[in-house]
Design a binder for this molecule. Structure first.
Ligand SMILES: Nc1ncnc2c1ncn2[C@@H]1O[C@H](COP(=O)(O)OP(=O)(O)OP(=O)(O)O)[C@@H](O)[C@H]1O
Ligand SMILES: [Mg+2]
Length: 372
């Protein structure tokens, strides 16, 4: 097993006419030994390029990548002791599952006895022992993906690289394989660098997430730390579903308590904590960030307070365990994830909601950086 370290790594491709196509820009990232780190970002932000540079499939324009304490910039792919699992599984169609699993070992001239042992072991870990004789075309998508993971396992690499391995699967299969990969990581005690654009996958699988944007790391940390303490609106908006609400307004300092007022005559006006950073924002325009679960409808018997505001209920989506409500403040549509069951009969009514002041975030409306 080994750590992976990115030091000021930049990757610039050359286009057909010689133009520069920047893919990764000055990336600094530490993937500790035995950790499960997720690179999360929108399409085109440089995730695959990052993995391909670790695997040695792409050269590094500048900076250094270390596997363990060895700089691998000039080490050929075959000597890096990493394996990559791709989004399209690329199994050999004419080989059965057992031979697909064995292929990489045979190419490297492993003794047949060792090949058989490792194939058996990987098949047992992945629960595909009964599929060893089948050809890939006779397997479901999930089974094919397990074989692709199996091909990586038999190599016993020091680092696993996963490039959106679950995105071709249906939701149920994705959920199942997600859990299996978490177990696999615990069992193999190995280092995993995992790429996805799916925030739910990142939140549930990673011991740490790095949010990438335009080739650079926006923020790294444990999933809940990023969820609760995003450094800017980009990270805040990327994590969580439904997404965080962003409401434009200003902070006034009223009788020593800061108050947020929605711009444009919206109905949202709430008192905020007397936090130093909030007070510092007094008198200026802000974007208030409120997660859908961070405000709740007032229930009968609950008294309004300074964090209560009215809004009209537009749409209710009861999911069974909770209600997803869309509200109108007159200016903004807000999404609320209510723990209470709200009847669709309430649609169109004015209701009172209470924002949890401890969960309110403030951002700069111009550059999106976190203020409080
Ligand atoms: N071989 C290449 N030649 C030129 N440009 C490339 C090449 N590969 C990728 N790019 C460009 O580099 C940028 C990053 O691409 P990359 O494939 O790393 O993104 P990604 O985050 O993996 O995206 P996706 O989520 O769509 O897979 C993009 O602008 C892409 O067009
Ligand atoms: Mg990609």
């Amino acid at each position: 097993m080994a750590s992976v370290t990115f030091k000021n790594v930049t990757k610039i491709y050359r286009g057909r006419r010689g133009e520069e196509i920047p893919a990764v820009l000055d990336l600094n990232l530490e993937v500790p030994d035995k950790s499960f780190v997720v690179l999360l970002g929108a399409s085109g932000c440089g995730k695959t390029s990052t993995l391909r540079m670790v695997a040695g499939l792409e050269n590094i324009t500048s900076g250094e990548i270390l596997i363990g304490d060895r700089v691998v910039n000039d080490i050929p792919p075959g000597e890096r002791d990493v394996t990559m699992v791709f989004q399209n599984y690329a199994l050999y169609p004419h080989l059965n599952v057992a031979d697909n699993l064995a292929f990489g070992l045979r190419v490297r001239h492993f003794p047949e006895k060792e090949v058989a042992r490792r194939v058996r072991e990987a098949a047992a870990i992945l629960g595909i022992e009964n599929l060893l004789d089948r050809r890939p075309r006779d397997l479901s998508g999930g089974q094919q993906q397990r074989v692709a993971v199996g091909r990586a396992i038999v190599r016993q690499p020091r680092v696993f690289l996963f490039d959106e391995p679950l995105s071709n699967l249906d939701a149920k299969m994705r959920g199942q394989l997600r859990a299996e990969l978490i177990k696999l990581h615990q069992r193999l005690q190995t280092t995993i660098l995992y790429v996805t654009h799916d925030q739910a996958e990142a939140m549930t699988m990673g011991s740490s997430i790095t949010v990438m944007r335009d080739g650079a790391a926006e923020q790294s940390g444990p999933p809940l730390e990023l969820y609760r303490n995003p450094v800017n609106t980009y990270v805040a908006g990327f994590l969580g579903s439904p997404s965080m609400n962003f409401i434009r307004g200003s902070i006034a300092n009223q009788s020593c308590a800061p108050v947020f007022r929605e711009s444009g005559g919206g109905t949202m006006e709430v008192e905020l904590p007397r936090d130093e950073r909030v007070l510092h924002a007094a008198g200026r325009e802000v974007l208030l960030g409120l997660r859908p679960e961070s405000f709740q409808p007032l229930m009968p018997g609950e008294k309004p307070d300074a964090a209560t505001f009215p809004a009209h209920l537009d749409i209710v989506e009861p999911t069974g365990a909770e209600s997803i409500c869309y509200l109108q403040t007159g200016v903004n549509t807000l999404v609320c994830r209510s723990r209470h069951l709200i009847s669709p009969r309430e649609t169109g009514h004015r209701m009172l909601f209470r924002a949890d002041p401890s969960q309110v975030l403030l951002f700069d409306p111009v550059d999106g950086r976190r203020l409080a």
